[in-house]
Design a protein around this ligand. Structure first.
Ligand code: ACM
Ligand code: ZN
Length: 576
């Protein structure tokens, strides 16, 4: 395919000619209704018109070569609605056919990710600021198309006439997934990425390493997955635990699978940011390579003592370290004194950056108990040699050293807000999770920030009355509270607001044993978050959002997704 010239004049002429032609279409005067224009997240500007574009085998997709992936995606979307047809993708419209034209604006007038969508009875023109913008415009088209089921008087699926101008408010629109507490197969990770795409998210934060399991193949350190990806059992239910299920549990992604997922996400304009936790939450790696601990001979000790029979046997036979089986935090963290710890982590990151093209690499930094560092001779010597006042400064040394390594390789770090303690690494981006104070502090220091405060952006928290819900964590984060969230705190209004890149929903999976459970916890809260992140703050209106929500609900149904129904006023039904 060859590129089509895309200057603004060309597009305007094109649209004008469609307007003239469309007077001849039998559906040019079709009267649409308000429900035909349900779009989430709500676009910047939407002007409804009379007329509908029929999706039948007269439709062709006309796209420049650089948009061939988007054209293929649109072809599948249209085929999903009008069974038996899959529009051809061509360079120029065939005579007598109805074109859907995909173009890139060369006028530099739109924000990255923005698009203009013009639907007439005889043609559709979708102009993106870039390929991303075209992709988001297709997601909007998909929602408009979904309303066609209501129009049984029309001979096929159809799209209501409209002009939409739209662009994202924030550049970082993230969803996180912890695959360490409970592992998710490649098929589910792709399904999750599909959900992100449907809601116009652009970042998948993939939490790959934890105390309870190491999930990414590292060729230089094979024990990480041979040993660290498997635990001998898991505590049962909620605190205080009294039982271990004594079942071996685990799994990991091969490097080929990682590449497959990164490419799958890239096709949907989603960046995958891997998280490799350090210096805490690392006891699975320590079980694989005990020298990483300050105290390699000290047995892994669960806080409530609920260890599996297998692990007790293993420890009795002289292997002290096992993969953690309780939830929460353990004292056994990477030793910050030994050089070998840093050599190991650099070896791991060397492979990680080969697999993930993202600018950002998340290196954790949260919840690191420092009791071992206080009494470890290697750590004490490091503090003395580096002139560090305390263990917090030792953590800062640790993170800054890893930052230097990653910066040298052209990458930037993200860390949880604990990386502020003891001094922030010079170029770090902070993910504010213990409320928003860490984010405010980091932005005041001139650092970029991603907001993920527990209230309301932890989707592992309850979304309704705990008595009626499957096990979840802590407090109540309703759909409405997510919808009401404003990522830029008042303290950062004005110029400092530029440091808030966006926000993210976090999904820790201690209780989420399978994909259905994850879906139930994120849907529809991520729909609410999508509007927080994409739409202008002034456009938000929860009652209006609820009225538009059936369009996404239909898509959840069509995709076989499990979702919570509280906002629809329906009885809770869950099997957990
Ligand atoms: C966290 O929830 N520990 C970042
Ligand atoms: Zn140490």
């Amino acid at each position: 395919m060859k590129a089509i010239p895309m200057n603004r004049m060309f597009v305007l002429l094109l649209v004008a000619s469609f307007s003239i032609i469309s007077c001849t279409s039998p559906y040019a005067d079709y009267a649409n209704v308000e429900d035909d224009y349900s779009v989430i997240p709500i676009p910047d500007k939407l002007m409804s018109e009379n007329g509908r574009f029929l999706v039948d085998d007269e439709v062709v997709i006309v796209a420049a070569e650089e948009l061939s992936k988007e054209a293929g995606h649109l072809s599948e979307v249209l085929a999903g609605f009008a069974s038996g047809m899959q529009p051809e993708v061509v360079v120029s419209p065939g005579f007598g056919k109805r074109p859907v034209m995909l173009l890139i604006d060369d006028g530099d007038t739109m924000k990255s990710g923005g698009y203009e969508l013009i639907v007439k009875a005889d043609a559709v023109v979708l102009i993106g600021a870039d390929a991303k913008g075209v992709f988001y415009g297709i997601q909007t088209l998909r929602q408009l198309l979904d309303t066609s089921e209501a129009h049984t008087d029309l001979p096929s699926a159809s799209i209501p006439a409209v002009t939409i101008n739209d662009s994202p408010r924030f550049s970082y629109r993230g969803m996180h997934l912890d695959v360490a507490r409970h592992f998710q197969p490649v098929s589910f990770v792709k399904r999750y990425i599909d959900l992100l795409a449907m809601h116009k998210f652009n970042t998948f934060h993939w939490h790959l390493t934890e105390d309870q399991g190491w999930r990414i193949e590292i060729k230089k350190y094979p024990e990480l997955t041979e040993v660290g990806a498997w635990r001998n059992g898991t505590v049962v239910g909620k605190l205080p635990w009294t039982e271990n299920d004594n079942k071996e549990y685990g799994g990991f992604y091969t490097q080929e699978e990682i590449k497959e997922i990164v490419a799958y996400a890239a096709d949907r304009h989603i960046t995958v940011i891997p998280e490799i936790e350090m210096p805490g939450h690392s006891s699975a790696a320590i079980a694989a390579y005990p020298e990483l601990s300050c105290f390699p001979d000290k047995p892994t000790t669960p806080k409530l003592g609920i260890l599996s029979e297998k692990s007790l046997e293993v420890q009795a036979s002289g292997t002290p370290k096992v993969v953690f089986e309780e939830w929460g935090v353990t004292d056994d963290v990477y030793c910050a004194g030994k050089e070998s710890t840093f050599e190991f982590l650099e070896g791991v990151l060397e492979e990680v950056i080969e697999l993930f093209p993202s600018t950002y690499i998340h290196i954790g930094g949260d919840e690191c108990p420092k009791g071992h560092w206080d009494i470890c001779e290697n750590c004490k010597l490091r503090m003395q040699q580096e002139g560090l006042a305390d263990v917090h400064e030792l953590q800062s040394y640790f993170i800054t050293r890893m930052e230097k390594y990653l910066n040298k390789h052209g990458r930037q770090i993200i860390g949880w807000d604990e990386i502020l303690e003891g001094g922030l690494a010079p170029n770090a981006t902070v993910m504010s999770w213990r409320g928003v104070q860490g984010g405010i502090e980091a932005a005041k220091q001139g650092h970029n920030v991603i907001m993920t405060p527990g209230a309301p952006l932890y989707f592992d928290h309850y979304q309704a009355d705990p008595a009626q819900e499957p096990d979840a964590i802590c407090c109540l984060n309703t759909v409405e509270s997510v919808y009401g969230y404003e990522p830029v705190p008042e303290e950062l209004s004005g110029d400092a607001s530029k440091y808030v890149l966006g926000a993210q929903g976090n999904v820790w999976t201690e209780y989420m044993k399978d994909g259905d459970y994850v879906e139930y916890m994120v849907l529809p809260r991520m729909a609410a978050l999508s509007e927080v992140l994409w739409s202008r703050a002034e456009a938000k209106d929860f009652e209006d959002f609820k009225k538009r929500m059936p369009v996404l609900r239909n898509m959840y149904e069509q995709g076989g997704y499990t979702y919570a129904k509280h906002m629809f006023g329906e009885a809770v039904e869950n099997e957990e």
